[in-house]
Design a protein around this ligand. Structure first.
Ligand SMILES: *Cc1c(COP(=O)(O)O)cnc(C)c1O
Length: 221
């Protein structure tokens, strides 16, 4: 059902809309985050000009290098951090990003809490869950989610939902369903899940934020 006359952005939006409709949801309830990591401003600009307003990066330093100028030119652009965050970069992250998807450990709760206090800026966060219980992966262990949420609340960090990156190479759907259940169990209604290979599945399972890179920008080097 590929429609060759659509731009990549139009095609991804159409696929999100179709998946949402099938699931009885509204396309407008799903935020498309264009993941622009590794891509230079001249690749990002056309998407902004086409109307995309929400972007994601996975490294603080890379984002600091290329986004201030883009945001200056388009004040309504929003920038999300979707990659692991070191505690010593918390202040920079709070200053630059409008949403952080990778809150995953107590030390980061305290660093972000202090950084938000200092900046006088409350940045909405997702708690990232290590949904496949993978050794090498970032994210809070499933069993530790309630305690991390409690400490984030204590630090007055606005946690709006849960985020995951399922294990590579196997079907994502069970992991998306599990994340949705954990979120519901903890009274959270926003879900950051789904990337280029599986965003339609994620939308059907309740994603409120999908993080799509290569389907919009092409393959990364
Ligand atoms: C790179 C990245 C994405 C986008 O991946 P694509 O497969 O290119 O869509 C989404 N989420 C996170 C956390 C990423 O690091």
């Amino acid at each position: 059902m590929d429609q060759p006359d659509l731009t990549p952005l139009q095609a991804v939006r159409a696929r999100i809309a179709r998946a949402a409709t099938i699931a009885g949801r509204k396309a407008t309830d799903v935020e498309l985050i264009a993941i622009s990591k590794t891509h230079p401003p001249e690749r990002i600009m056309p998407l902004i000009e086409e109307g995309q307003r929400v972007f994601g990066e996975n490294r603080v330093q890379e984002a600091q290098g290329k986004w201030p100028a883009l945001v200056e030119a388009h004040a309504d652009v929003k920038l999300h951090l979707v990659g692991q965050l070191q505690s010593n970069k918390a202040e920079d992250a709070v200053r630059l990003f409008d949403c952080i998807h990778s809150l995953d450990r107590p030390s980061l709760v305290s660093a972000l809490g202090k950084a938000m206090d200092k900046a006088g800026r409350q940045v909405p966060c997702f708690v990232q869950v290590n949904i496949g219980e993978e050794e090498q992966k970032g994210g809070c262990a499933i069993a530790d989610v309630p305690a991390l949420l409690a400490s984030a609340r204590e630090a007055q960090i606005p946690v709006i939902g849960l985020m995951c990156v399922p294990p590579a190479g196997i079907e994502s759907a069970p992991f998306f369903a599990l994340l949705a259940k954990i979120a519901a169990d903890n009274g959270l209604d926003q879900l950051s899940m789904g990337m280029s290979d599986d965003f339609e599945t994620a939308v059907m399972l309740g994603a409120t934020h999908v993080r799509v890179g290569s389907a919009l920008f092409g393959a990364r080097d």
